[in-house]
Design a protein around this ligand. Structure first.
Ligand SMILES: Nc1ncnc2c1ncn2[C@@H]1O[C@H](COP(=O)(O)OP(=O)(O)OP(=O)(O)O)[C@@H](O)[C@H]1O
Ligand SMILES: [Mg+2]
Length: 165
């Protein structure tokens, strides 16, 4: 299975999907989280944080720092590529150290720094529903191979009526 789609019908549901995902993350995993403004990327990252035993209330989108680091069961490195104006800014962050590190890297707007992402990563795309205000389709895509197990396990955990591949 290369792709998994899950429907979320509330911020709480998205949070829970993040929490469930975190249960299957391993040291060094890299997540590129995409979707338009207000899609729910930060909501999902907070859920992931909670699943890593990080207080989600501490998690805010990185602004000046461009990256926030949190300590939980595993470290979490939270980037927001939207605020990066020039490629050099990204390079200056020393991003490779984080990608190679023992923590979990979450990059909001990862599509904006796609050329810097590792060969293997998990893309999580959040799509707003055109009609229903609280509805999102969350697509998990295993880029490069390496996240099959996570997706298979996650699929079993989410409500079957709400997922398909
Ligand atoms: N099903 C849902 N899942 C996630 N968020 C939802 C959902 N329905 C409504 N929302 C709302 O959408 C908003 C998502 O905000 P959030 O900051 O997570 O977006 P974002 O994708 O990180 O945006 P940005 O690109 O500005 O960083 C919140 O106000 C949240 O309450
Ligand atoms: Mg955000």
């Amino acid at each position: 299975m290369q792709q998994l789609k899950v429907v979320s019908d509330s911020p709480e549901a998205t949070d829970r999907i993040g929490w469930l995902t975190a249960g299957y993350l391993r040291p060094g995993d890299v997540l590129s989280i995409t979707g338009e403004l207000g899609a729910g990327k930060t909501v999902l990252v907070k859920g992931i944080a909670a699943g890593l035993d990080i207080d989600p209330a501490q998690v805010t989108s990185p602004t000046f720092s461009l990256m926030n680091e949190y300590t939980g069961r595993l470290p979490m490195y939270h980037f927001d590529a939207y605020r990066i104006n020039r490629p050099e800014e990204w390079e200056d962050l020393g991003y490779e150290e984080y990608f190679r590190g023992e923590g979990i890297t979450c990059v909001e707007w990862g599509n904006m720094i796609e050329e810097y992402l590792p060969r293997v990563f998990l893309e999580i795309h959040i799509e707003k529903d055109a009609v229903q205000e609280l509805q999102r389709t969350i697509s998990f895509l295993d880029v490069g191979g390496g996240y099959e197990k996570l997706m298979a396990k996650l699929r079993k955990e989410v409500d079957h009526a709400h997922s398909w591949d």
